[in-house]
Design a protein around this ligand. Sequence first.
Ligand SMILES: NC(=O)C1=CN([C@@H]2O[C@H](COP(=O)(O)OP(=O)(O)OC[C@H]3O[C@@H](n4cnc5c(N)ncnc54)[C@H](OP(=O)(O)O)[C@@H]3O)[C@@H](O)[C@H]2O)C=CC1
Ligand SMILES: O=C1O[C@H](COP(=O)(O)O)[C@@H](O)[C@H](O)[C@H]1O
Length: 491
Amino acid sequence: MADQPTTPEPTEPTADLADDLPPHVLVLFGATGDLAKRKLFPAFYRLAASGLFPREFAVIGSGRHSPGTDEEFRAQVREVLADALGDEADADALDDLVGRVSFQTASADDGADLAAAVREAEERLGDGARRLLYLSVPPGAMDGMIRMLGREGLTDRARLVVEKPFGLDLASARDLDATLDEVIGEDQVFRIDHFLGKEAVQNILALRFANGLFEPAWDRHSVAQVQIDVPEELGLEGRGSFYESTGALRDMVSTHLSQLLGFVALEDPGAFDAGALRDAKAAVFRDLRPLDPSRAVLGQFEGYRDDEDVADDSDVETFVALEMHVDNERWRGVPFWLRTGKAMAQTRRTVTLRFREPDSHVFHGYPCPNELVLELTDDPRVQVDVRAKHPGPAMSLTHGALRLDLGEVDHTGHEGEDEAHHARPLEAYERLLLDVVRGDQTLFTRADEVERLWEVVQPLLDERPEVHPYPVGSWGPEAAADLPAGGWRLR
Ligand SMILES: NC(=O)C1=CN([C@@H]2O[C@H](COP(=O)(O)OP(=O)(O)OC[C@H]3O[C@@H](n4cnc5c(N)ncnc54)[C@H](OP(=O)(O)O)[C@@H]3O)[C@@H](O)[C@H]2O)C=CC1
Ligand SMILES: O=C1O[C@H](COP(=O)(O)O)[C@@H](O)[C@H](O)[C@H]1O
């Protein structure tokens, strides 16, 4: 099988897709921020260069501080794209995108000039233009910005993308949902959790529900424990003040890791659509047991407090390891171990289902693991660690692995199949932005899911355990090393 490039090749434009989409004005709040630079502008580029975006669109960057003239902002966007895309960037496609970009300052108190700029762009683009409003701003800024959008009439004909974390606790999440409810319809709101846009995460459902092999073993009778492990090598990357206001629990656990848990633990949704999938996840979250602070370890990497935006005595956690339980018929008694942290030994996104020992006396006590491992990183992989007979005359065991590299599965399609089968893999933000433009909320989180997750996490916000220091490049504090029976798979 041919090697897959890690960055997707632009495909030939698919005229039928783009022609179906009305003109769009994209308004990106936080356009000079980290996420916009690293992920959102590159996603706009790839979608446009692949012909997946509407043929007619304009991008208005926004924020409280001006990056200079439009020309200066365009030069910054060009530089950001060159950095992010490297050789992948096509000069004509780059010119085309950059030519559509402008900047207009706005704040929660004043959005009049922005509203005028949006209307002007709509007139240029012609009849039927829609608005895609993207709030890539910190959680504390959301409420005011949403109210401003409502006041300025910008929510008409709009879809609104709200970045995570959605609030900072249960009370602020409820306030945020109440504001959204006042200002805009729930069918226009796209709460984005980019982990759900990762191909490999969606593959959890494909593997389980499209194969007879896995589904029968997907419960407490076969699975002894589940580990959802997302260590990151990167540290603060200039996001000290963001981290001080969130910490790893809010940044990663109440969002990405819990959503992964929802994908792993859900019942058969019956369909892959917004209603069915979100109902199935919400049901899992309703059955989640609120966190027990005595079953959680928090950590902070050594040197965190040296960052200029971090308080000298900060006890914000950059590491979390904790136990979760889904108290339902399928999962009762199975611990779900979640772990994430900054400045750790490796960058991985690994979900492990550790199986029970088989009820047989033929072979016992063989130490090697018997696990299904889902690697959700850029080179997504599924691996089943099995025990097998050691070659030779003795009846002894060794271990082996069955591996499927998901980047190498056939995506060239077969005669007679529709366009979806010929598509290249999309990066998470690309996939989700396309879903917004198409109005598909399947991979976006719903208010009830978000509020329930805050209810589950709240005990740990109310009663914070001690924060243990850990060395940069390690697997976190010693206190977390042996939490799961048999230890972490990654160590
Ligand atoms: N960076 C990442 O890897 C990821 C980030 N996210 C989420 O994306 C959002 C943005 O993150 P990131 O880009 O890293 O953050 P940054 O701090 O880099 O950028 C945030 C942007 O928001 C604007 N902003 C800051 N404070 C306010 C405020 N009070 N009111 C209005 N605008 C404000 C700033 O522009 P100005 O000062 O001009 O207003 C800035 O451009 C966050 O919600 C984060 O959780 C999600 C996934 C990954
Ligand atoms: O939302 C966030 O996610 C990133 C990790 O995303 P990934 O796609 O690189 O796995 C994390 O680094 C960041 O702190 C957080 O805000």
